[in-house]
Design a protein around this ligand. Structure first.
Ligand SMILES: Nc1ncnc2c1ncn2[C@@H]1O[C@H](COP(=O)(O)OP(=O)(O)OP(=O)(O)O)[C@@H](O)[C@H]1O
Ligand SMILES: CC(=O)N[C@H]1[C@@H]2OC[C@@H](O2)[C@@H](O)[C@@H]1O[C@H](C)C(=O)O
Length: 364
């Protein structure tokens, strides 16, 4: 099948759109990828919606969040249009869109997770059948609702000698361990770039620490690092997943801009190493995807902490910026084929689960 996957991640940097051909099992052929960045005003609107959603005890239609959802649909429809134009593919030939939406709050402990962006509205805007709301069924069944990408990681890594681990360094980090006989263990490890981005914004008015240059110029503050690592999350056994706001930069206040960047980057690296304590065995390789693989300081610190050299997935021919979007295209095809997307070892759901709601475009 021909499928488009759309992901708007916790960094609020934009919409990633990928076109793949897949059977939803072992066969995956990436055909195109592009990112549609959010404008500063769009990013501010989404950040406000996220801040508001976090104050709610359950998802409910509040005007600023409804407006943010409409913004999400518009931007995603534009990303689809441009992706198809670049690839020279007609919308009619695409079987399905996998539309993650934007997570505004993630509270599996309270029995819900909330992604904005109406699947029906995107199906109508694009004329393509759209699968959305990938996480709710898993949470309703007692799972964490995240991470979901492991099923795609497993398909990609099927040809590699196990055990291997794939680490996604987005706003939040997650790890997928693939063992012998396909054993899957996955969970969120902690913040990856989210705190560094907040720090850069607050201290330097910049979106992120390009290449990790500022962190490289600073010194890690051991007391601040120890304080941040004292959080109970890191000893907690999986399954576990995070909301992007579960950690803050508060402990770093008072440090210089460079020392803060160094300390928050070390925090990410150390928390990746702590995640290894929860894996069934030590992986032979550590493959890395997500924006953090562009941060040389972070990768060097991860290497020092884990004793493994992080290998950007691009070296295997897998575009590390595209994996999440490709993954939701893959999961949409699995939804059409009634194949599971979450597992006891990934989200902690008691039995394997399918996920996603299918919306067909209105007849015109
Ligand atoms: N050249 C770079 N140098 C350093 N960091 C970078 C670079 N490019 C991107 N990043 C970091 O990667 C982040 C974006 O990563 P990515 O797009 O994988 O996250 P996301 O998909 O939004 O998050 P999540 O996976 O948590 O949903 C940026 O916010 C930035 O911190
Ligand atoms: C609730 C939510 O949107 N979680 C995201 C977030 O971003 C990274 C990490 O936290 C991950 O667990 C998840 O996304 C990926 C795509 C996943 O579900 O696998």
């Amino acid at each position: 099948m021909l499928a488009i996957g759309l992901m708007s991640g916790t960094s609020l940097d934009g919409v990633d759109a990928a076109l793949i051909e897949t059977d939803g099992e072992r066969m995956v052929r990436p055909l195109g990828f592009r990112s549609e960045p959010y404008s500063d005003s769009a990013r501010a609107e989404l950040a406000e919606a996220t801040a508001l959603a976090l104050t709610f005890d359950r998802p409910r239609a509040s005007p600023p969040i409804v407006a943010a959802g409409e913004l999400i649909v518009r931007t995603h429809a534009l990303a689809v249009q441009k992706l198809l134009r670049d690839a020279g593919v007609e919308a009619e030939t695409v079987d399905v869109i996998g539309f993650h939406g934007q997570t505004v709050a993630h509270r599996p402990d309270r029995g819900w997770t909330w992604q904005i962006g109406e699947g029906q509205a995107l199906a109508d805007a694009t004329g393509i059948a759209t699968v959305h709301d990938f996480r709710s069924a898993d949470v309703a069944a007692g799972g964490q609702g995240a991470p979901l990408i492991p099923v795609y990681h497993a398909a990609l890594a099927a040809g590699l000698e196990p055990p291997v681990a794939l680490l996604n360094l987005g706003g939040v980090a997650n790890i997928t361990f693939i063992g012998r006989e396909g054993a899957l263990v996955a969970f969120d490890t902690g913040p990856a770039n989210g705190l560094i981005d907040h720090w850069m914004e607050a201290e330097c008015g910049q979106r992120f620490d390009a290449g990790g240059a500022l962190a490289a110029a600073g010194r890690v503050d051991p007391a601040v690092l120890a304080k941040m690592l004292a959080h109970g999350w890191f000893d907690q056994a999986p399954p576990k997943s995070l909301d992007r706001n579960d950690f803050t930069i508060e402990a770093a206040h008072g440090l210089s801009a460079a020392d803060g960047a160094a300390t928050l980057t070390a925090f990410t690296a150390r928390t990746v190493a702590r995640a290894f304590d929860h894996l069934p065995e030590r992986p032979r390789r550590l493959l890395v995807a997500g924006g953090g693989r562009h941060n040389a300081t972070m990768l060097a610190m991860i290497a020092a902490e884990t004793g493994l050299t992080p290998e950007p997935t691009d070296r295997l021919g897998w575009n590390g910026d595209a994996l999440e979007a490709e993954g939701f295209a893959y999961m949409a095809v699995r939804r059409l084929r009634d194949l599971p997307i979450s597992f006891p070892g990934t989200t902690g759901v008691p039995r394997v689960m399918t996920g996603g709601m299918l919306c067909c475009p209105a007849e015109v």
